[in-house]
Design a protein around this ligand. Structure first.
Ligand code: GLN
Length: 486
């Protein structure tokens, strides 16, 4: 076993047994980043000096008998999380010069657990995208095929984990941005229940949908790190005050008796054959493991894309109004007057996809159209949540594909926003309803990974992780590494 293919649990045990130090571990992964990142473009910033200092501190606390399970484990943070003293760009020219003055709660909690972050990962600009092509820092490449996208918006985290440049990375998911890239690069990724993980210090896109989570090869890896991120935070008014289970201990929950619903609406039209076949094979594995598999229907779910593309832009148009060229971030050269300063700073600082969202959002919130679009979308959103509520009276978990097909070529959809938006058709519903959901690798379509999605009722992360873990004990898709990165 080499260090970069070790699981989080193995790394934690190796550190505890003194087989290697946190500094050695950080160096190993920093070397891999140095070697492979030029081709992948997965990192916006590599924080080697800070990481080595944090690793030395982790070693010192272990020597002093103060180590926790995760002390010295290296990860990366998506560049949407504020990191004190380190550039936090959100993938945008607007924040290319922004040094955050404080840490996001996710970042400070991970640091308190002794986790060492090695850098900040590339992402779609302001987390708007499904392919990582909207980043100011250029596209990220998929380690399985460098001519293809890694998915988005957490594409940098996805590629970094898939290429084993880091053992795990944080992500955020507003409409699928953890699950879809996890699927496209063959790793696991969990978006927890809305409110489970604090949004404080996580740059806002659509606040009623945004949720932080974790991306790593296996569900077990995710369990280790989710426990360190989750929990009540008085600084986030939508954070839920509810105890965090011991996700690792609960991984062993037996699968027998689990009721799984296969989502009828997402197994037919629009689903590519190679993906559908792998998902059906995964469902067979669950049946063999003793789960009861039935069909479920959420008839309003196909409306989730149009609903999301009203709600998310509406919230983003409001959230992004803070970037005005005055307080922080990009400011245009030689403004003529205040209006010119606002207009040119925003026109030059934001890329085309962000501008499209702001315009759509402003439009649907405007006096004449609010009732027709925004209010209507909110009503449909409740109907979608009702559909899920009904389904979860019959089943414990819902299974469906994560994305309609495998990773597509860079450039293939970038000029056609609607086609791009449809890549999230299977993931957006969970965000609209605030439900936890995850993607796990379930095989390949040709040489490209395919993801299986699990969706559960609110706060069922533990059940979901143990169900994913049961599948991963039977299969080895999650330990496959692209040949060039083995
Ligand atoms: N791809 C979706 C979008 O572009 C979701 C993004 C996300 O989850 N951050 O909005």
């Amino acid at each position: 076993m080499s260090l970069h293919t070790a699981s989080i649990g193995e790394l934690a045990r190796g550190l505890a047994a003194g087989q290697y130090s946190a500094v050695e571990l950080a160096r190993h992964f920093l070397d891999r980043i140095g070697r492979f990142n030029p081709a992948l473009n997965a990192f916006v910033t590599v924080t080697a000096d800070e990481a080595l200092a944090a690793a030395a501190a982790a070693d010192a606390s272990r020597a002093a008998g103060r180590a926790g399970v995760l002390t010295g484990v290296p990860i990366a943070h998506k560049d949407i999380f504020c990191t004190q003293g380190v550039k936090t760009s959100c993938g945008s020219r607007m924040l290319d010069n922004f040094i955050a003055p404080y840490d996001a709660t996710v970042v400070s909690r991970m640091a308190a657990a002794g986790v060492v972050y090695l850098g900040k990962t590339n992402m779609d600009e302001f987390a708007m995208g499904s392919s990582n092509e909207t980043s100011w820092y250029g596209p990220v490449r998929n380690p399985w095929d460098p001519s293809r996208v890694p998915g988005g918006s957490s594409g940098g985290s996805a590629a970094a984990v898939a290429g084993r440049l880091v053992p795990a990375a944080t992500g955020t998911d507003t409409g699928g941005s953890i699950r879809q890239p996890a699927a496209l690069v063959g790793i696991s990724g969990i978006k927890p229940t809305y409110g489970r993980v604090s949004r404080y210090g996580m740059i806002a896109f659509a606040s009623s949908l945004d949720q932080a989570g974790i991306m790593a090869p296996s569900a077990e890896d995710c369990a280790y790190l989710l426990g360190a991120m989750a929990g009540f935070d008085p600084r986030d008014s939508t954070s839920v005050d509810r105890p965090v289970p011991d996700y690792v201990a609960e991984l062993a929950t037996p699968l027998a008796g689990l009721r799984i619903g296969v989502l009828r609406e997402f197994m037919g039209e629009g689903l590519e054959a190679g993906t559908g076949d792998r998902v059906r094979e995964a469902i067979d594995v669950y049946r063999r493991l003793g789960a009861t598999v039935v069909d479920v229907s959420c008839p309003k779910l196909p409306l989730s894309v149009p609903t999301y593309y009203v709600v998310a832009p509406a919230e983003c148009s409001s959230n992004l109004s803070r970037f005005d060229g005055v307080r922080f971030g990009y400011r245009c050269e030689n403004p003529r007057d205040l209006l010119d300063l606002y207009q040119r700073s925003r026109a030059e600082g934001f890329g085309p996809e962000v501008q499209r969202r702001i315009m759509t959002g402003t439009y649907v919130l405007s006096a004449g159209y609010y009732d027709a679009y925004y209010l209507q979308a909110q009503k449909v959103r409740s109907l979608i949540a009702d559909d899920f509520r009904r389904a979860f009276t019959e089943v414990d978990l819902i299974l469906c594909p994560t994305a309609p097909g495998p990773a597509f070529p860079i450039g293939a959809k970038v000029d056609d926003p609607v086609t791009m938006y449809l890549n999230d058709i299977y993931t957006i519903g969970a965000n609209l309803a605030g439900l936890p959901a995850m993607s796990i690798p379930c095989g390949f379509d040709g040489a490209l990974p395919v993801g299986l999605q699990l969706i559960g009722p609110h706060f069922s992360e533990s059940r979901m992780l143990s169900a994913a873990h049961a599948y991963q004990r039977e299969t080895d898709w999650h330990v496959r590494v692209p040949a060039a990165y083995a």
